[in-house]
Every structure is written in C-alpha cells, then in structure tokens.
Design a protein around this ligand. Sequence first.
Ligand code: PEP
Ligand code: MG
Length: 325
Amino acid sequence: STIQKAKIMHARSQTRDGTALNLYANIALADEAFPALEDGAEGIGLFRSEFLYLAASVFPDEESQFESYRKAAEAMKGAPVVIRTLDAGADKMIGEQIELGEKNPLLGWRAVRYCLDRREMFKEQLRALLRASVFGDLRIMFPMISNIEELDAVLDVLEEAKEECDRDELPYNKKVKTGIMIEVPSAAVCADLLAQKIDFMSIGTNDLIQYTMAVDRENAKVAHLFDCYNPAVLRLVKHTIEAANRSGIDVSMCGEMAGDPSAAVLLAGLGLRTFSMAVPQIQRVKTLMARVSLPEAQELASAAMELSAAREIRKLVQEKLKTYE
Ligand code: PEP
Ligand code: MG
C-alpha cells in the first residue's frame, strides 16, 4: 500500500545487519530542501551555495543569503544541513573570474582561493550562515581546501564573522560544526592533519578524480580516464575515510560516486556511513543497502583494493551488485 511504501521511504537507512547509514541529498537551491525531505533524504549533505550567486544578476546580500540558508535549515526540521561556502570558478565562474581570463581556471582562482581574496564578501556569507545556524542543524563547509594554511585562513575569517555577530548581538549557534571538502589530492593525502582542526570532512569525488587523474571532468576526449574505480582514487578515498574515523570526526561523500549503487557497497566496506547524492538516487541506494551486510561489503572492499585496474574493479563491484538485484 502507499502507507507501507511511505513507511519504508522514511525509515532510517541501514544495512541488512543493522549498521546505520545516513543518506543525504545534494541541492542547489533552498527550495529543494523540503521536497528532498519528503523524498526520504535524512539531511542535506551538500547545498551548493554558488547557485545563489549564479542565479542573481547582482551579488546576493547578507539578508537574502540569510533567508535562503534559514529556509533550508528550517525545512529539514532538525536534520543536518551542510551548506558549502561559495565555490565559484572553474566550471562555475562569476563576474571578475570570467574577466580575468585565466589559462587554466580549473587550477586557478576558484572557491576559497577566490573568497580569501574577497574577504568582505566572504565574511558576509559567513555571517549569513552563522545567523541562520539557530534555525536548524546547519553546518558550514569549505570547498577546495588544499593545505593547512588555507584552512587556518578560512577559520580566521569565520572567527572574525563570529566576533562581528557577537558585537552586533546577532544570535548564532556557538557550536556550529565546520568542515571541509576533500576534493584536492593534497587534502586527501594530508586528511589526518586537516582533521585536527574541523568537525567533519566530505569527499568530493567529482573534483578529486579530476585532479588525481589530471583530467578535465567535462572533456569528452579524455573521459575514459575519469574513473572513480581507478586504484589511486580509491586509495585516496580509503585513506580519507580512515583518517577521519581515526581522528573521531564525521566523514561523508558528496561527489557523484556516493549515489552510484555499485560504489555504495564498496564505500560502506571502506568504512563510509554517510552518503550525499542527487535526490532520485536515495531510494535506490537505500533499498540496495538494506540487502547488504557489513561483512559482505568489507569483503568486497578488500578484494577491490587488491586489484590494479579500474576495469577489473568495476567488473567486480558490478557483479556483486547483480547478486542483490
Ligand atoms: C565534487 O567535486 O565532488 C563536488 C561534490 O563538488 P562540485 O561537483 O560542486 O564541484
Ligand atoms: Mg567540487
């Protein structure tokens, strides 16, 4: 019946043997949060805030950003809402980035690199996020962190934004969780060092694969090299999950790989428990994972990590997937 279906849809995600999983949604606009909740999302794992900037003809001011973040936080009724700070540049350029005409925008002035050079604008976004943090379980995530100095620098700006909120008597969650994307190989390699300073990390495989394989993620000519099953990519993913787990901080994945059912079993076997994906993938991954036991997933992960070619790993995980369908 529809009632039974609705119950399954809204039951918390878990493996067959009862390991709890968190299946979150990736969204681009605040309006997508409530429908995601209705479709079974257990939180928002990635709110790509740059779409607020890309959609506007003028830069959104603090007030209009605050309204968007508050709306998303409230819509999720206490479930986690991870909002990523402006990730403009590369494939999502804004005004002065376009004007700059970089030779290699993928390796250039994007995300926090840009924001740290536009400190006042960046601080406005952080103030909007802080102010919205009292309306739900809002968490702040920084994209494209590539070294510890950059992490220190963004945390300094956040500290300053907090001081301004204190000064202006604007309430915010003093314990707001802060985290980073792991999407640059240098960050994955040093995940253990970065983990010391934050509450969570989220693996962005779209960029992580691009930068690990030296392949523009939108270039069809070299698309065959863009493969989440490349052993180098998997080693970085495994290393990051283990570093976070050892440091006692949360780790999730919000790149496309997290919503790929064949990858989900493997990732669970590597120790991942939080997956953030496009809303239509959630039910599929949830149904699949309910049929998988943790030891099976771990066995698959061990076997996959022994192989040397992406093609062999893909074959292995896809054959395993068939046994659950
Ligand atoms: C990623 O890089 O995997 C990611 C989730 O961020 P985006 O796709 O927005 O670059
Ligand atoms: Mg990215």
